[in-house]
Design a protein around this ligand. Structure first.
Ligand SMILES: O=P(O)(O)OC[C@H]1O[C@@H](O)[C@H](O)[C@@H](O)[C@@H]1O
Length: 332
């Protein structure tokens, strides 16, 4: 591995050089770079099959926002933005599974409309701003390696003005060989308890909304249908959900959705691609959201299948809560 400088001269990348080693100008040691940034960086030893070079590490987008690119030994990648602590990309075998809306702002002027976006400490409307503040503050890098990053968010004057609680959030993203694992840990660093809701407002790529069905334990479950009279409880009678109108539904007690897309990457007509959302801790409910018909939002190329803790968590002083969600491509 080597650390190189980007065109602006900032120390920001580690290159995974695959196959024969390649010499690079302006390289410094990984530990020196990490020390300069104040990061804890573990030694890593991934290697990829052929002779390609894939950059991992801290990057800056065209509009000046920083993100961390993760790379695994197979050449899969994931990107996590510091602004909002949001994962905006997960590419497996050349296929992008996470969506960012075409109308998304990537310059920090508003929350990024896409990715695995945090709704914290509130989901939806309520006492503070819609979906809370985690998605529009800058998180900091606590540690990173080529395939794992820990981002953290602590109170600031901005957050205290709307929600004056003592907390620390640590969001860990790990690009494993066969999945993308995320873990959101909320710590109550004070003595007083506080309540919060949590969600990963996940946008996934679909080839076309008509090609999508969503399996899971939906049948017989109650859901809050926000599209009916501002919010009406209904009961689902289907095993698999298909979407052909605007959706904004909170499915209570459903946390095992599997997206099936009959179009993604299709080279053979009967291939169906699966993306399994594994909610293994904390997230209990699933929100389905699609602004059907809204061309400006690009409704036909994404679906939001959100991992949610809808009923508030009460966290005592000194206690912590964890929400774990992993994405697995293909059959489990
Ligand atoms: O436009 P926002 O704030 O990113 O929210 C998008 C949607 O997010 C969903 O989770 C909500 O249920 C919807 O009501 C909302 O419209």
């Amino acid at each position: 591995f080597s650390i190189t400088t980007n065109s602006a001269g900032a120390l920001s990348r580690s290159s995974i050089v695959l196959g024969a080693s390649k010499s690079k100008d302006k390289t410094i040691s990984r530990s020196k770079w990490a020390a300069a940034r104040g990061y804890g960086v573990a030694a890593v030893g991934t290697a990829v099959a052929d002779d390609a070079t894939i950059d991992a590490g801290l990057m800056t987008n065209a509009e000046g926002l920083e993100y961390v690119r993760l790379v695994n030994s197979k050449g899969d990648t994931a990107d996590a933005y510091l602004y909002g602590g949001v994962v905006t990309s997960y590419v497996v075998g050349g296929q992008e599974y996470i969506a960012v809306r075409p109308d998304a702002k990537m310059d920090g002027s508003k929350p990024i409309s896409g990715g695995l976006s945090h709704c914290w400490p509130q989901f939806g409307p309520g006492d503070i701003q819609q979906h809370g503040f985690a998605r529009n503050v800058n998180w900091t890098v606590r540690s990173m390696t080529n395939n794992k990053v820990e981002l953290e968010m602590a109170p600031s004057d901005y957050t205290k003005a709307m929600w004056d609680k003592s907390f620390l959030c640590v969001f860990t993203v790990t690009l494993e060989e066969s999945k993308l694992a995320t873990s959101m840990r909320v710590e109550n660093t004070g003595a007083e308890s506080f309540d919060f809701q949590a969600a990963l407002h996940s946008y996934f790529t679909v080839s076309a909304i008509e090609n999508l069905s969503i399996a899971g334990s939906f049948k017989g479950k109650e859901f809050l249908n926000k599209m009916v009279d501002g919010g009406t409880m209904q009961t689902e009678d289907r095993d698999e959900i298909t979407i052909s109108e605007e959706y904004d539904r909170v499915y209570m007690g459903v946390n095992d959705p599997v997206l099936k897309d009959s179009g993604i990457g299709k080279t053979v007509s009967d291939i169906i691609y699966f993306l399994t959302v594994c909610n293994t801790a904390g997230y209990k409910d699933t929100v389905l959201w699609n602004p059907y018909g809204n061309e400006g939002m690009g409704y036909n190329n994404f679906v939001c299948v959100e991992s949610v803790k809808f009923d508030p968590v009460t966290l005592e002083g000194g206690a912590s809560w964890t929400g774990d969600m992993s994405l697995v491509v293909g059959d489990l």
